[in-house]
Design a protein around this ligand. Sequence first.
Ligand SMILES: Nc1ncnc2c1ncn2[C@@H]1O[C@H](COP(=O)(O)OP(=O)(O)O)[C@@H](O)[C@H]1O
Ligand SMILES: [Mg+2]
Length: 501
Amino acid sequence: MEGEQPKPLLELRGISKSFGGVAALREVDFTLSEGEIHGLVGENGAGKSTLMKIIAGVHAAYQGRMLLAGQPVSFASARDARDAGIGMVHQELSLVPQLTVAENVFLGAQPLTRFGTVDWPRMRREAARELESLGIDADPAAILGTLPLGLQQLIELARVLFSGARIIILDEPTSALSPPEIERLFSLLRRLRESGRSIIFISHFLDDVLQISDSVTVFRNGRRIAHAAVPTIDKAWLIENMIGRDHGELADSYVNRVELRGRPETDVALEVEGLSLTGAFSDISFRLHSGEVLGIYGFMGSGQLELAKSLFGRRPAERGTLRLAGRPVRLSSTSRARRAGLAFVPESRRSMLFAQEPVYKNVSIAILDHIHRFMLRPARERTIARARIGDLGIRPPSAEIRLGALSGGNQQKVALAKWLTRQPLVLILSEPTRGMDVGAKEDVVRIIRKVRDEGIGVIVISTEPETVLSLADRILVMKKGAMTREFAAQSVGKDELLAAA
Ligand SMILES: Nc1ncnc2c1ncn2[C@@H]1O[C@H](COP(=O)(O)OP(=O)(O)O)[C@@H](O)[C@H]1O
Ligand SMILES: [Mg+2]
């Protein structure tokens, strides 16, 4: 970079951090300038969140030095960091779903009356004003947990943004946001930059990172690999530095235009006709063939997630019919759906796994009935699990490791392994690659293609255009609860998907 050097606001020098002897960060240098938006990218496990948690006072034990405005600082707690003007939006939501929107916006910093009690009217008023200035349409009195996930995430952002922090860390904030919500967030970030705040923006969406950042730092395997000003770099450069190996194939999942294969000449695995559920979707009809991947795309709240749940018997539809392999079925419960040959990997896959149990237990849980029937032993469970671990590229490749110790991407592979062990007729996946890095995404794409080629009908439901484009043979678009468009055996781009949704 030439020209005048912006003033460094935050400098980290030679930061190393280990967890139980395993290095998460090695001798990392990082500089955040005043009034910049600094992108941070790297595969899952590269150490991004760990460095951010050091800055935000969450991890107090580490090697190296941190300077804030030229002064050495060391934070003993998140509160210390907050007091020094550092705010972080964590990857996992840290809000309280049982409280109202207003209470969440002011979490831990409620305005008080002169009697020392919470000043409710003022809190509601200020929350309403702040949310409105962000263009967030949420009733301050609503219970947070009743709102859609994307909206909850914007409210979490609002909380940090309005805490007065001068350094704002956003750890993968856009994964639950729709394109208009992302645009709203970005215009807000630009306004904050104008007012002199510094922002660290972490995301797997490289287009987003390039669009919003002034400069980008790339992490790989606990090290800072590269840093460059945005006009001088592109997506290929980012991917190359992130994965440090030939990326011709990996770049696939980021392509903007694809050639769809279209409907195969196989039997119909699932036929849906006139399916309706009040407030969620209406008059949905489509056919899924065996051996095809059908993508269903739509913005958050278009009804596609509800449709998936309904197909799996979570929230049975009120009207319409379903046929599985030609036979009419009534999927009035999830156990019925499972017996009929449906498998469902939801977005919140962690809720369906057991973090404290070893990987092999998590894989064999879905086939426990078989295991009893055939008198399978733990040794057999391990054998089945090991085969799947190999197939799916689960890393580290151990059946014994505690599931909770795996990265999100690898936990997702375990969730897939669990269902695939049952050989379903139809596999429904909701947001199968959300929040994953390039490498893990590529693994999941490969697994889904393999499953398809074994003759399973696969439905991929997503709010991310890239996800359906990289996976689907055919794409249906949903908008406000209705099926609006089909793309089959043709070339299609992200712009067309966005236009149809
Ligand atoms: N609290 C923790 N305990 C043990 N290991 C951790 C902890 N947090 C992170 N790690 C490990 O440190 C490495 C870096 O993780 P993380 O900073 O979360 O990466 P990223 O955010 O880039 O995906 C990973 O190998 C991860 O498993
Ligand atoms: Mg992270």
